[in-house]
Design a protein around this ligand. Structure first.
Ligand SMILES: C[S@@+](CC[C@H](N)C(=O)[O-])C[C@H]1O[C@@H](n2cnc3c(N)ncnc32)[C@H](O)[C@@H]1O
Length: 225
């Protein structure tokens, strides 16, 4: 386990009780968001299949537990779920049904210093965290921590370039510089793929939310060596 104090990022502090409550409802709020959640689930199922339907999965960050029912579809899967925010974990536990909760062991931890031993799980399932991390050194620190804890694979989503939305965002930012509180970032595909390699992962699969249009991409990575 990592002994030095974990990296703490400004955006991580926003997940208080109110924000956690809003996040719980966000993905069911209107047809567009429900459709987006449905597509997220489709991509997650594909990724888990490519990862070999892992038995021991760490959902980090688990947020309000929106992927717990999907992760529990695999009958022999043991689900560990962790998040930096105690409020997020409390909301997840209050919101998810009892038959799902008994499949999940949740705990509070930082993705920069995961409270688990080396090779503790078959796969880490990391949705919607990496796009909050602007500094390549921080991304690399997190990826190295994932490399330590997973025995086999890492499933990770983030915003990448090479699509219409990323192009539009860049054009907008050129005209109107980003506000100080900007906390979501696009990473060039070539850059993140080099970081995966540097952290010790090979790419098994890439899957885009809406190819050529949307920024979300899910990677399935395999630990090398
Ligand atoms: C956008 S939510 C995504 C949650 C979930 N994966 C989903 O897709 O619904 C981001 C989550 O990251 C958590 N988080 C922020 N910083 C973190 C850190 N350093 N370590 C672990 N979790 C963190 C927040 O508390 C929040 O629950």
């Amino acid at each position: 386990m990592t002994t030095s104090s974990p990296i703490e990022l400004e955006f991580s502090r926003k997940y208080d009780r109110q924000h956690a409550y809003e996040y719980l409802h966000k993905h069911h709020d209107g047809p567009a968001r429900r459709l987006s959640h449905w597509r997220d689930e489709q991509m997650a199922r594909r990724a888990l299949k490519i990862a070999g339907d892992p038995d021991l999965v760490l959902d980090l960050p688990c947020g309000a537990g929106r992927f717990w029912p999907l992760l529990a579809e695999h009958p022999s899967r043991m689900i560990f779920a962790a998040d930096n925010s105690a409020d997020m974990l409390a909301i997840a536990e209050a919101a998810q049904p009892r038959e799902i909760l008994y499949r999940v062991e949740s705990f509070q931890t930082s993705a920069f210093a995961i409270d688990m031993g080396d090779n503790a799980v078959d796969s880490i399932f990391c949705m919607r965290l990496l796009h909050h991390i602007a500094d390549p050194a921080h991304r690399l620190a997190m990826l190295r921590e994932f490399h330590r804890v997973t025995r086999d694979t890492l499933i990770v989503s983030l915003w990448v370039d090479g699509n219409y939305k990323a192009w539009k965002r860049k054009r907008l930012e050129r005209r109107r510089p980003a506000k100080d509180n900007q906390n979501r970032f696009v990473v060039e595909r070539s850059v993140i793929e080099a970081e995966f390699a540097e952290a010790g992962f090979d790419i098994l699969d890439r899957s885009d939310f809406l190819p050529g249009y949307a920024m979300w991409r899910v990677y399935v990575l395999r630990k090398r060596g």
